[in-house]
Design a protein around this ligand. Sequence first.
Ligand code: C5P
Length: 315
Amino acid sequence: MRKYKLIAPAKINLYLEIIGSRADGFHELAMILQSINLADEIEIHAASTENIRIYCQHPQVPNDKTNLVYRAAELMTKEFPDAFNNFGGVDITLIKNIPVAAGLAGGSTNAAAILVGIDLLWNLGLTESELQQLGGKLGSDVPFCIAGGTAIATGRGEKLSPLPTVDNLHIVLGKYRSLEVSTPWAYKSYREKFGHTYIADQDSLAARSHAFHSEAMVKAIYNHNIGEIAHQLHNDLEKVVLPAYPQVLRLRELFAAQPQVLNTMMSGSGPSVFAIVESASQAEIVKQKIRSAIPDPDLELFTTHTIEHGIEISS
Ligand code: C5P
């Protein structure tokens, strides 16, 4: 086949703890990542030229080498030069439904889809773990986005341990269109403010990461206890992003004030904020209430739910 259509779901962080610094300049993390059914659509065609071309109508998405999608395709051409010579370049069409620079791994999931798509297009037969290793070269969230579902992510975020699916978790999500938070800025600010709390020695870092696998949030997921999952939501990056972005703080407070909301949290480095509710109809009620309280059209609101997969091939 010379063309594939892929579905690339967003993720939210049910948990994000910053444990310490790493020798590579990144942070050692303990996270729980969860796919949601808010997804981008990606079409990938074998091109008759040797170029990588991106077509995307979204005003905030670049069509050049700065797009992680481009870098994912370029990585494949470098890793598999024979296949590239044989099959030629690729034309990629992106339909963005996931808000951009939102802490929802929109760019990472697009890149993950390109790895999966080129693997198919060039008949490479890569395993999931080989695709994840390639993904790790592009960004910390890319390996998770390939398989998706529910997983513990440690290290930079690339060391994954799958968890039982958290299905039926209904979510309302809000993001101000014009508000973008730089992930490097969020981590840098956190380091400046809280670097003194980091675990320094390697053994203690490893012990913390290991212990996380049997902590309250992980247990709540194994028990499929939605109330407890909501109770255990955590994101260290809120400590630097919320004070810097009062609009995001207000949105979070508004979510928290709704009686239907079990709990609310910022996802990743923000600025998207999500709220957990018990049903799809409650999600709609909360969405309407937030819309009435903040009629600003710059605020995008979505109702969504958790899903058990990452990249899907739709045709
Ligand atoms: O890996 P990714 O490109 O998504 O990371 C974006 C930025 O977030 C990094 O350049 C780094 O500043 C920060 N980061 C970090 N520690 C991690 C993941 C990301 O400091 N584990």
